[in-house]
Design a protein around this ligand. Sequence first.
Ligand SMILES: Nc1nc2c(ncn2[C@@H]2O[C@H](COP(=O)(O)OP(=O)(O)OP(=O)(O)O)[C@@H](O)[C@H]2O)c(=O)[nH]1
Length: 460
Amino acid sequence: MAFEGLTSRLQNVFGKLRGKGKLSEDDVNEAMREVRLALLEADVNFKVVKDFIAKVKEQAVGAEVTKSFTPGMVVIDIVNKELTELMGGTQSKLAKSNRPPTVILMAGLQGAGKTTSSGKLAKMLMKDKHRPLLVACDIYRPAAIKQLQVLGEGIGAPVFTMGDKTSPVEIARAGLAHAKEHGNDYVIIDTAGRLHIDEALMEELRMVHEVTKPDEVLLVVDAMTGQEAVNVAQSFHSQLELTGVVLTKLDGDTRGGAALSVKAVTGTPIKFVATGEKIEPLEPFHPSRMASRILGMGDMLSLIEKAQSNIDAEKAAEMERKMRTAEFTFEDFLEQMEQVRNLGPLDQLLDMLPGMGKVKEMKNVKVDEKQISRVEAIVKSMTKEEKQKPEILNHSRRKRIAAGSGTSIAEVNRLIKQFDDMKKMMKQFSSMMGPKGPKGGMKGLKGMKGMLGKGMKFPF
Ligand SMILES: Nc1nc2c(ncn2[C@@H]2O[C@H](COP(=O)(O)OP(=O)(O)OP(=O)(O)O)[C@@H](O)[C@H]2O)c(=O)[nH]1
């Protein structure tokens, strides 16, 4: 997971500080030395680290940390604020033209994730009821146009192409005209990537820039390349005024250097981050949330936003009613599992919970996505009737389901048993809670204790 090393190192430093009632200046200096090493190890630009430490130290002394009763907290708070500042302070939003369409030029090296990010950006805009047009200007890589077309089809966004015999400048110009004619309020121009920055590429980008006068020039960089991503950003920025950076592949085990250095080195803010190869909406970058995440303080706000935009409130209420009345079927179960999965890989969700990074590390908790897929496959192999009335699942039906889902009868049996237990538990729980909260006094409590004693099991 991204930032894992940095987070655990910083947590160690702060853990030591927290344990002390009072901090001497030496303690602060020692802690700062360790923070400095942690940042360098995470591949943060050395000059950025130097300035950062100087700022934190200055404030730590100013805040009279040594006299505070909770000195550890004061230092963490300062580091948190400075990390946030380092990444730009506040969120930098996508530009919006007063005279639509808003034109967004996507640039970047080969394989950075430009085409994928263009699709994610379109999806994000469509979620907000916009009508983006994707324009295919990469005429050099043979499969690039097709890739954008397939991607557009997948998300239902129009893609403008003129094949690979027309110059990118002409395609961009025509794409813009097409958008105006068809009422597209955003135009996303996917340009060609190169292995290295070269003059021909820059010249082409400058010309496309000239004819389309973009409101945004977003540079797509791969977070996994660390400092190299920052160097690339700096070179692009010196030749083509960038307005923002899209940091991709944050799902990988990037050490964090790029996220922390890009703004400080180039002056260009990170506007979006991307995780995963699936075309999900691009996520806006919030410096303060990222800082909390790096410090292992969790990112509850992003988690709540994700849940709010992905979980249908009406469906959730209906589900809650069914659970209370124990009408819950395998169909509901599947639907609920899908809703949770829509939030993203479970590993990533766990990372957003405060302290979870530490828990995962300690207990070596691994979310077994494969196991979840198996459970899903079993439920999907049931007929509609079976899903609604699990009691009809006799041996021959179970055998068929095992074969259909590529699992074993034992696994099918286990799932059905766990589902039954879960239903029973829900029933007990709801009769105990009643529609208006706990009732039954001691009896209720005893029941609850019994349930906990038996261990509440879930199928995964
Ligand atoms: N894990 C992960 N993979 C990504 C992400 N973004 C893109 N990729 C993958 O990275 C590879 C390159 O992505 P593309 O979008 O084709 O890259 P590009 O920058 O358009 O490349 P060119 O068209 O060759 O310049 C693909 O295999 C993508 O699936 C991301 O956020 N996370």
